[in-house]
Design a protein around this ligand. Sequence first.
Ligand SMILES: Nc1ncnc2c1ncn2[C@@H]1O[C@H](COP(=O)(O)OP(=O)(O)OP(=O)(O)O)[C@@H](O)[C@H]1O
Length: 253
Amino acid sequence: MKTILEAKRLNKAFGSNQTNQILKDVNVEIVEGEFVSVMGPSGSGKSTLLYNISGMDRMTSGSVILDEQEISSLSEKELARFRLHKMGFIFQQIHLLKNLSIFDNIILSAYMAKKNSRKEINNRAMKLMEKTGIAELADNDITQASGGQLQRVAICRALINNPDIIFGDEPTGALNSKSAVEIMELLAEINQTGTTILLVTHDVKVAAKTERVIYMLDGKIIGEQHLGKYKVKNNDFKEREEKLSKWLMSMGF
Ligand SMILES: Nc1ncnc2c1ncn2[C@@H]1O[C@H](COP(=O)(O)OP(=O)(O)OP(=O)(O)O)[C@@H](O)[C@H]1O
């Protein structure tokens, strides 16, 4: 299987003299089509890891190869373009533009990427909205949608450029448990069409739907648990959740 992302000896420090070392020689490898979650206590460096391996932030030292490209060698402009074409992002804070309709929020980055014609982009956006169950909201203002619906908008936006990998930072964090379940089922479905997904979560129920769980403590990856692909029809969610909870307890979570 092809490696899509490989981080080697990744370090990140903050502070004027870079005295606040957050990521400490982190190594991660993700293969194409995987669905991975990152867990660990608050402050262990999960979001920092996500931002540094996705090129949202600059690592202090180390190497990150994404889609065969060393991201640290890219200029800011090249990196922005690389992110636009190759990656999708779903965050807890959704950052939608208030003066645009839901449809326009979804297509904006595709117009910027200029990979496809406007007609193709509009068709893809409609298909994504239908798939995520928000087609009827296309012309709405973003103030006319619920948190769960807005998270679906964010998923459509993340998928519009057909990214190779999606990064999520607590993508269900602001949702009630019913919406969180629906969003996770949707992400599992998207993953099953071949899109690689890496997300950070505190929620065992979210991580139990991913294929591999990485555990961070104090800026290092100290363990991982393979759960295998989650399939809605298998009805083994309780078992997965129990297995993961047990393991997390053994990790001190
Ligand atoms: N831009 C920044 N400047 C300085 N310190 C930062 C910055 N970003 C993160 N940190 C510090 O890095 C550490 C790890 O933060 P990070 O957000 O990666 O942890 P986390 O595991 O995602 O935590 P949480 O689960 O609470 O979201 C924290 O001590 C945080 O204060």
